[in-house]
Design a protein around this ligand. Structure first.
Ligand code: SF4
Length: 405
């Protein structure tokens, strides 16, 4: 029989754990970058130049890499493109550096994949397209025999690529897309996260049977709830099967502008916060360079990577003692190069100091015309507002935490 609890639960002082516990994965090396294995979440993007344009591609790859994109993807729709990659890689090494490159291989692309595997560090295949069966419009079912027959064809086609990558100690991404599941997966599992996961598992098993485990898995969808469900199910299935492959996160066709960024963040950050994900790409319908700051902002906001100063600022209210937007802008301009610091700009001393969230330094409205500077929770000095930014810099310098921009 159920009894009703009438007393209040005791108030305990137990601290809530605020760290993100990342899922344990195996490290997969892509040139000199590691995905998984406890390494920082890797940022990726993709150039949109035609790979046949060697000069243009080299410049685009370099631009992205200089901005912080750690692995750059290129598309390889034909054998000529695959061969161009040899020149692109060579030119990068000669004129810049050996940037980790991934090549995207398309429909029935074994020959192309084998060629490009010689020139890049990782090959991405899409299980839905790798062995492409033209859908039959009158089909009503897939028999077990038909299912297995295509399975054999996939194995036959995948084997040489797996062996090539294995022997060169290179990596592969098994990149499932919700929008391009193979017909037989659609018949068997429907247009579902289960179909996406089974599609990835089929390819993983082939790789494992050939003793190749340099694998990264992705299960992208353009609908965030589908993408979330697919990655979570993949993790569950991998746990059951004792697999520890790192995951590449992304929301496909997220669009552009503010909504594209929010949609990507909703998918990617939700999983990262659960400890899922080892590398990310934000896909925007904009210049690829625009994707990199979004990736870093997501990682910074979650505390997974620190690539800029973390500013804590109140939204301002009737108590605000100065023009907060203007002051925050000035403080940011003066200190944005001090990566690693947390700086708070708060409108008043009533709530400001308590809400600075353990920032290293605080700039807080004290009384009309005056602000107070804080080091951590300690109030250091009161200064006239017009000297606030200069005095903040002096304080950081006195602490030996300043570097010139
Ligand atoms: S810190 Fe002060 S000024 Fe800022 S929102 Fe809170 S109460 Fe208002």
């Amino acid at each position: 029989m159920q009894t009703l609890e009438t007393t209040q639960p005791p108030v305990t002082a137990a601290l809530v754990d605020t760290t993100i516990h990342r899922r344990k994965t195996r490290p997969v090396r892509v040139n000199d970058v590691f995905i998984g294995g406890g390494h920082p979440v890797v940022v990726q993007s993709m150039i949109n130049e035609d790979t046949l344009d060697v000069e243009g591609s080299v410049a685009a790859i370099r631009r992205l890499h200089e901005m912080g994109c750690e692995i750059v993807r290129v598309t390889v729709p034909s054998m000529a493109h695959a061969k161009a990659l040899a020149q692109i890689k060579e030119k990068l090494i000669k004129t810049y550096r050996d940037v980790p490159l991934v090549a995207d291989v398309h429909h029935n692309g074994l020959k192309i994949a084998l060629e490009v595997a010689k020139h890049v560090d990782k090959v991405r295949i899409n299980p839905g397209l790798y062995v492409f069966e033209k859908p039959k419009s009158d089909r009503t079912e897939y028999t077990e025999a038909e299912f297995a027959e295509i399975g054999d064809k996939i194995r036959e086609t995948l084997e040489p690529l797996v062996i090539s990558l294995r022997d060169q100690d290179k990596a592969m991404r098994i990149g499932v897309n919700h929008g391009s599941l193979a017909e037989r997966m659609l018949f068997t599992y429907g247009d579902t996260p289960e179909g996406m996961v089974e599609s990835a598992l089929e390819f993983i098993r082939i790789c494992e049977s050939l003793d190749f485990r340099n694998l990264v898995i992705s299960l992208k969808a353009s609908r965030v709830p589908v993408m979330l469900a697919a990655y979570r199910l993949m993790v569950q299935r991998m746990d059951e099967l004792g697999m520890d492959y790192p995951l590449h996160l992304g929301v496909t066709e997220a669009g552009d502008g503010e909504y594209g960024r929010i949609k990507s963040t909703a998918g990617i950050a939700t999983l990262l916060a659960e400890g899922i994900g080892d590398t990310i790409r934000v896909s925007l319908t904009e210049a690829p360079e625009k994707e990199i700051p979004v990736c870093y902002s997501i990682l910074q906001a979650l505390g997974l990577r620190k690539t800029m100063v973390e500013y804590v600022a109140c939204p301002s209210c009737g108590r605000t003692l100065f023009n907060l937007e203007e002051v925050l802008h000035k403080v940011r301009e003066a200190t944005k190069h001090l990566t690693g610091l947390d700086i708070a700009v708060m409108g008043c001393i009533v709530n400001g100091p308590g809400e600075m969230a353990d920032a290293d330094y605080g700039y807080v409205g004290k009384q009309p015309g005056y602000i107070s500077l804080y080091r951590g929770r300690e109030e250091i000095k009161k200064v006239p507002e017009d000297q606030g930014v200069a005095e903040l810099i002096n304080l950081i310098k006195a602490d030996d935490r300043w570097v010139d921009p």
